[in-house]
Design a binder for this molecule. Sequence first.
Ligand code: AHM
Ligand code: MG
Length: 350
Amino acid sequence: MDEAVGTTLSRFIADEQMKHPGATGEFSNLLVELITCARLISREVNKAGLVEILGLTGHRNVQGEEVMKLDRFANETMIRTMSHTGYLCMMASEENADPIPIPAEYPKGKYVLCFDPLDGSSNIDANAPIGTIFSVLQRRSAGDDGDPEDLLQPGRDQVGAGYFLYGSSTLMVYTTGSGVHIFTLDPSVGMFLLSRADVRIPESGKYYSVNEGNTAYWEPGVWKYVDYLKSATGERPPYSTRYIGSLVADFHRTLCYGGIFAYPEDHRSPGKPKGKLRLLYEASPLALICEVAGGRASTGRGRILDVVPEEIHQRVPLFIGSKREVEWAEKFIAGEMQPPTAGLSAPPPP
Ligand code: AHM
Ligand code: MG
């Protein structure tokens, strides 16, 4: 076992910071504040299942306080905690239509934060894994208060990105561009401990993860690609499918085991195909993690990290995971790769 395993997250962050002599420590402190948020959200996620058993769902808990919906709780926790750190000048959340300024009374900092406070929230009632995704960028505008334009930077300019996964245990996965590291929350001491440093995604895997209920909305290259994965070739058996419908959880499995997660474009609106997942706080941070871990993240036609956002809730198609499977997806979409003709299912009607 790696002797660093079990190192606390704060010690690991401090050691990493020492490797960068010019670092001010502000980014490390920002991570510590994000960890505080995650511990609070994780506690509420763990309690959520009990609320029903204990009969507390009538909008009031045992202390007579309102029981807040988890996604609202997560969003408010992030905004409240991160607003007064002094490290940020602007935020964007999946739950807020507009950019979130830092209130005038709080000090401002040089970073901007984009986040999805509770990704996969449609899975909450089924106790399936959900998560918080974050992306950190440096302010570009001159003034202290930041500008909404500061949020609209391509993913390649992220200074750090990560996610917390509230599953059978609570994990934190993050990168600052040199290595992807996984920490697990030890609930008995309330601390995140290193479980894997410098994670590498396998070059290829045996799982594909996509909502196949949407097949009829895909462009031909995508359904040909998925059919290809499902077919047995001389070199490999068919791929297996895994799909939770919770991006953080589906991505985390893909990071660990390899293969691909995809949310392709919906081609029902001719000339305006759109993905479902959001660039700033879903696709970009996971793309940075995936690339640093040795994988690939693509819109199907280009690198996710090179997409220049035009608005904060912009959606993109996403193909992310092992290099081999993502490259195949790009080739199928470009028409450079075709499935073998025998044994494949018929295309869906136009
Ligand atoms: P949301 O932001 O409305 O929660 O949607 C994001 C989620 C992702 O977590 C997941 O990958 C995807 O939506 C699943 O979508 P679908 O149910 O269409 O398969
Ligand atoms: Mg989401």
